[in-house]
Each structure stands twice: as C-alpha cells, then as structure tokens.
Design a protein around this ligand. Structure first.
Ligand code: NPG
Length: 375
C-alpha cells in the first residue's frame, strides 16, 4: 500500500467516574485517533487506530502530546518516505527512532486496519482466531473507602464480569482484598495491580496477600526491576505478573528466563503494536507462561482489536476487556458490549472500529491535523 495522508484527531472523552491508580486519577480520556488514507492497487482505503498514551507520563515515559509530536515530526515522514508499505514492514521502517512504542503501535495498527479492510478480512481471521467471544474482566480503581470498593465490585459482579482486578498501592492493599474476599467469598477470580508502586523492601506486605488466593499480583515493582521481580517471585507464593516491564518480545524472553514472572499482561500499545503482541503470545505459550490482554481505557476503536487478539489460545486468563460502558457513557464508536461475562470477537474487515463522525466532532479538543508526504 502507498500512504496518501494521515489525520491526527484529538478528543477528550469523559469517564463515567474517576479512575484512580497508584500513579494518578483520570476523569477524562485525552485520546489521539489516527485516520490513515492509503491506496492499494489503485483503490482508496482507510485505516483507523487510537494511541493509548496517557495525558501525563506517569504509567510510562510516553504521553499523548509527545506521541502526537513524534508522529508529526518523525514517524509519519518516515512512513511517507518509505514508498510501498505493509503492516509487517512498519516496525522496520520506524526502527531508527528509539522508543515511542505507543506512537509506533498506533501507526502500525492504522496500516494493519487499512490492509485488512482492503483484503476484506477481520483481524481475528488474520490471527487464525476461532473463538467467538472472550471472557471479560474488570479493573476496579482505588476508592476512598472499603465500602465504596465493595459497592463497585458488587455492581460489576451483578453485571456479569468474570474476574475482578483491584488496583492497589502501599497502604491500600490487604484491607480492600480482605474485604472483597470476606464479602464475595474465596471463589471469585480476583487479582491485584500495583502499577510499580512497591519495592523489594515491601516484601512482607506483599507476602500478606498470599493468604487470599489471588490469581496474580501485577507489576509490584519498578519497570526496570526484572531481577528484583525474580527475587520477589521466590519470596511470595502469589504468581507474579508483569505489565510495564514487558516492553517487547525481547524483554518478555528475559523476564521468562530470569523467572521474573509466571504470567504476562500483554498490551499491544505498550509493546509497539499488535504484531509484537502476537509474538509475545507465541513466546509465552511456548514457555508455558499464561498471558492475558490488558486495557488502557481504550475507546471502541482499540477495544475491539484487543478482543480479537485475546482470542488467541495462549490467552488463558480473562483480560481487562470490559464493555464500553465500564468507562464511557458515550463511546467514540458504537459501544462494545459485555454480555454474560464475555465480549464478542469482531468479524468485520479490519482491526479497528470506525469512530462515529459526530462523536469525534462532539469530543474534539483540537482541529484535526492532516499530514501529507513531503510536508
Ligand atoms: O480496562 O481499559 C481498562 C483499564 C484497565 O486498569 C486498567 N489499566 O495499569 O493496567 C493498567 C491500567 C491503565 C490504565 C494503565 C490507563 C495505563 C493507562
């Protein structure tokens, strides 16, 4: 395919309620949407994607204004100059630019969307996924009180979510976990996510979680602390899952070899795109390491692509793939629905779902910027 132009749309989509993690509170999703126009054998085709970078560099070093800037100044010009392109060649073309995986992932996803639409096949078909739906877990942010955490969990269980993930941080860990176990019993699939808020010096506090039969503890230590995660994994019995630390298939291979994790949260944006995410799935599966698909407050554009990826056979744990209404009263796309604890694997051509133009206009926070070759 040959790129014609790339439009950067910016939107501020309000969340239904504030979402607090160990690194901050979000009330609105400040999102960058890419609309790519290309030609395939003389036929015009469009591809869509969203960039998962947050408004501030608190989850990782990337942030959405930085992603838009690196796309505008460096990455898009490289793609325009590359001539004939495919999703499989995007990463190689962009390789001279260090890092910026979320920005690169958004570009590769838009190309992949256009490519699959041109071929008339769905992402699920491209992946060889045969499942028709994937189990849906939900992430529960840090609340002001245990009582309101219990109310939130009760609501999600009533709606049918099959797995609960509680966000934790030092001082907010044993208490909510114990309360959820006490109220909802030992059988509900429960896990916790620290977003790198602890150090090895907190081993005793983390070991206290062992009593609660958790599926896993996600990213307890820092992004770069692979060796320390391996040390922690030897000291606690709750399975250690890595998120922030796994930025590539190479990092996943190191983490597995070191014994730093027995589970991996795969987020396509964090690792540079769906193709690298697929490689991490294959690698983990070959090593008997369970994976699940993470979420980054995606709108319907990214949410449906995650649902297809999570259909691969190594995704043996429920992902953070909830319905749109978990986060948005009004999504940018037709809502992604959770029914009976599952989200459907999409079968329409492409990887992403198109935004509804009126919604993109309603939530727009800047004029769309159109990038063209040679500019
Ligand atoms: O379901 O989309 C979702 C959110 C799941 O908790 C969730 N995501 O650390 O995994 C995380 C967290 C996150 C959200 C991370 C936004 C970064 C940005």
């Amino acid at each position: 395919m040959r790129l014609v132009d790339l439009t950067l749309h910016r939107a501020q989509v309000p969340l239904v309620s504030p979402f607090t993690t160990s690194f901050g509170t979000e009330t609105v999703r400040d999102v960058l949407i890419l609309e790519l126009r290309a030609e395939v054998d003389g036929t015009a085709v469009v591809g869509w994607s969203e960039c998962v970078a947050g408004s501030e560099p608190l989850y990782s070093s990337e942030y959405v204004d930085g992603a838009a800037d690196v796309i505008r100044r460096w990455l898009a010009p490289m793609l325009f100059a590359a001539g004939e392109l495919s999703a499989q060649t995007v990463a190689g073309v962009l390789d001279p630019v260090k890092g910026h995986r979320m920005a690169k992932a958004a570009l590769e996803t838009a190309v992949l969307d256009a490519q699959l639409r041109a071929q008339g096949i769905s992402f699920a078909e491209h992946l060889g996924v045969t499942r028709t739906s994937v189990p849906s877990g939900v992430s529960v942010g840090i609340h002001d009180s245990v009582a309101s955490t219990l109310d939130a969990v009760a609501g999600y269980l009533d709606q049918g979510y099959v797995r609960i993930k509680l966000k934790i941080r030092p001082g907010w860990d044993i208490q909510p976990v114990a309360a959820v176990r006490d109220r909802f019993g030992a059988d509900i699939p429960l896990q916790v996510d620290a977003n790198a808020a602890y150090t090895l010096a907190d081993t005793a506090a983390l070991r206290r979680l062992d009593a609660f039969g958790l599926l896993l503890v996600e990213q307890p230590l820092g992004e770069e602390d692979l060796r320390q995660h391996a040390e922690l994994a030897r000291r606690i019995s709750t399975p250690v899952c890595l998120d922030e630390s796994v930025v590539s298939a190479a990092a996943a291979a190191d983490a597995i070899a070191l014994g730093a994790c027995s589970v991996i949260n795969i987020k396509p944006g964090r690792v540079g795109g769906y193709l690298e995410a697929w490689r991490i799935h294959d690698l983990a599966r070959a090593h008997g390491v369970a994976v699940w698909c993470g979420g980054m407050l995606e709108t319907g554009i990214g949410r449906v692509a995650n649902a297809a990826l999570a259909g691969l056979p190594g995704f043996t744990l429920p992902g953070d793939i909830s319905g749109s209404d978990r986060f948005y009263a009004t999504d940018l796309t037709e809502p992604v629905c959770m029914r009976d604890g599952a989200v459907e694997v999409p079968r329409t051509p492409g990887i992403s779902r198109e935004p509804i133009p009126e919604r993109l206009a309603q939530f727009a926070s800047a004029e769309p910027a159109v990038l063209r070759p040679g500019r």
